[in-house]
Write a protein that binds this ligand. Structure first.
Ligand SMILES: NC(=O)c1ccc[n+]([C@@H]2O[C@H](COP(=O)([O-])OP(=O)(O)OC[C@H]3O[C@@H](n4cnc5c(N)ncnc54)[C@H](O)[C@@H]3O)[C@@H](O)[C@H]2O)c1
Length: 446
């Protein structure tokens, strides 16, 4: 059963289209489907009030169905103002009776009103994509209400001091979906303020090896094409950050025939990019020659004033990292003598004092979710299988996990990979007894 709480979605009349997309995505999510079928029988999440702060997409809808099948009373809210698929949100409410608070294009006030709705559900289990939910809970726990957005602060102030403490102490565990969220949670742990167990789902190999690389790689290029209709072949594309996402974006851009330049701050990653055959240089050099810039670092102000000033007329700039802080858009606004918003959907034109026009795509928010539909279902099948199984594991470990960031159990990772291979019709070899023994021994040499 899902929560009887109210929902806040754009328009329930969009539900027919959303339902079609949810069903279509499910066809490519066999691993998650197998988990849902088991959850329906075993109800491992029975009695759990759950709040999930995720990109509200067709794939997330299938995760939500799985959690509800497992017995969770779920509230789903947006983890980004531009990533909600309104038709999917409508179908979740109408067809699956799940409480959803998410509207594409919502302003900051609505975004945090939705976070407050997730907290008001008084969850025992939370799921985050970027740690916005947990960080609000931690600020409340620390009584640092001034650090909260006014919408969340107003709600928190309506509680007694005891009730505020319970916001964190009632939580069995929280799952985290993305690199940026894990970085924030580890920083909380380091500062000694993380007062609940967290499972770093992003760090499972069946998650970031595939979702961050192949999912972000494909869907980022998809987002750029949908926003601009440009030909990728022959363009100079600058990819900032050669982590899991950056490798995917660079690989796919090359596949489309782009000349790819990588910028990095970490020497091993920079070396890897160079040996993978990409040109590597500082942003100050790349800024002068790039036609399209894509940031995927999880860092702030990767492209800033000094870089914008060097860019060519017509250069396009976008971000596929989690938060909209990678591009210093305030710098760009202050440099611009004119700004033409929405010269086409997802494209804003900035004309600089030097006459050059720069184009920002998707308001600097993750372009693959703002302008396209995010990762394909087949890859989210693994990420969300890891989410569902991690949730089941964390609930089964209630009271036994310390207030730290935990890895997903290796057995979960292995199970997801095995079933994914099986559903792809791929068989692999197994070690012979002789090989197992050899691999565990040290005596045999030259
Ligand atoms: N768009 C999506 O759908 C999606 C999917 C998964 C992850 N993400 C987000 O993408 C971001 C990157 O994730 P990841 O898994 O690739 O992380 P990662 O840690 O594997 O890679 C980030 C890379 O950026 C580099 N970097 C940091 N600051 C830099 C700078 N100033 N200039 C150049 N390089 C810099 C780091 O050295 C690192 O190699 C995170 O914010 C993550 O949450 C987005």
């Amino acid at each position: 059963m899902s929560s009887k709480l109210k929902s806040d979605v754009k328009d329930l009349a969009l539900a027919d289209a959303g339902l079609k997309r949810i069903v279509w995505a499910e066809r490519d999510m066999p691993v998650l489907r197998a988990i849902r079928e088991r959850f329906e029988k075993e109800k491992p999440l029975a009695g759990m009030r759950m709040s999930a702060c995720l990109h509200v997409t067709a794939e997330t809808a299938n995760l939500a169905r799985t959690l509800v099948a497992g017995g969770a009373d779920l509230v789903l809210v947006a983890s980004n103002p531009l990533s909600t698929q309104d038709d999917v949100a409508a179908s979740l409410v109408r067809d699956f009776h799940i409480a959803v608070h998410a509207i594409k294009g919502e302003d900051e006030k609505s975004y945090y009103k939705h976070i407050a709705a997730a907290l008001a559900h008084r969850p025992n289990v939370t799921m985050d994509d970027g740690a916005d939910l947990v960080s609000a809970m931690i600020f409340i726990n620390l009584d640092r209400l001034e650090a909260l957005h006014e919408e969340v602060r107003a709600w928190a102030k309506s509680l007694s001091a005891d009730e505020r403490k319970k916001i964190v102490t009632d939580v069995v565990a929280s799952m985290e979906e993305t690199t940026t969220g894990v970085i924030r949670l580890r920083a909380m742990e380091k500062d000694g303020v993380l007062k609940l167990p967290v499972i770093a789902v992003n760090d499972a190999e069946t998650k970031h090896f595939f979702d961050n690389r192949y999912g972000t790689g494909q869907s980022t290029i998809d987002g750029v094409i949908r926003a601009t209709d440009i030909l990728i072949a022959g363009r100079k594309i600058v990819v900032a950050g050669y982590g899991w996402c950056g490798k995917g974006v660079a690989m796919r851009a090359r596949g489309f025939g782009a000349h790819v330049i990588v910028t990095e701050v970490e020497p091993i990653r920079a070396l890897e990019a160079a040996m993978d055959g990409f040109e590597v240089m500082p942003m100050a050099d790349a800024a002068k020659i790039g036609d399209l810039f894509i940031t995927v670092t999880g860092d702030m102000h990767v492209i800033r004033k000094e870089h914008f000033m060097l860019m060519k007329d017509g250069a396009m700039i976008c971000n596929s990292g989690h938060f909209n802080v990678e591009l210093a858009l305030d710098d760009l606004t202050s440099l611009a003598k004119g700004v033409n918003k929405n010269i086409r959907e997802f494209v804003d034109e900035f004309t600089l004092a030097n006459g050059r026009r720069l184009y920002v795509l998707g308001e600097g928010r993750l372009i693959n979710l703002a302008a396209a539909h995010g990762h394909p279902a087949s890859v989210m099948d693994m990420s969300f299988a890891a989410q569902a199984l991690s949730t089941e594991w964390a609930v089964s470990m209630k009271g036994k996990l310390g207030d730290t960031v935990h890895d997903v159990p290796r057995a979960v990772d292995q199970w997801v990979a095995k079933l994914k291979l099986q559903t792809m019709g791929i068989a692999i070899d197994t070690l012979t007894a002789e090989q197992s023994k050899y691999l565990e021994s040290w005596e045999m040499g030259t």
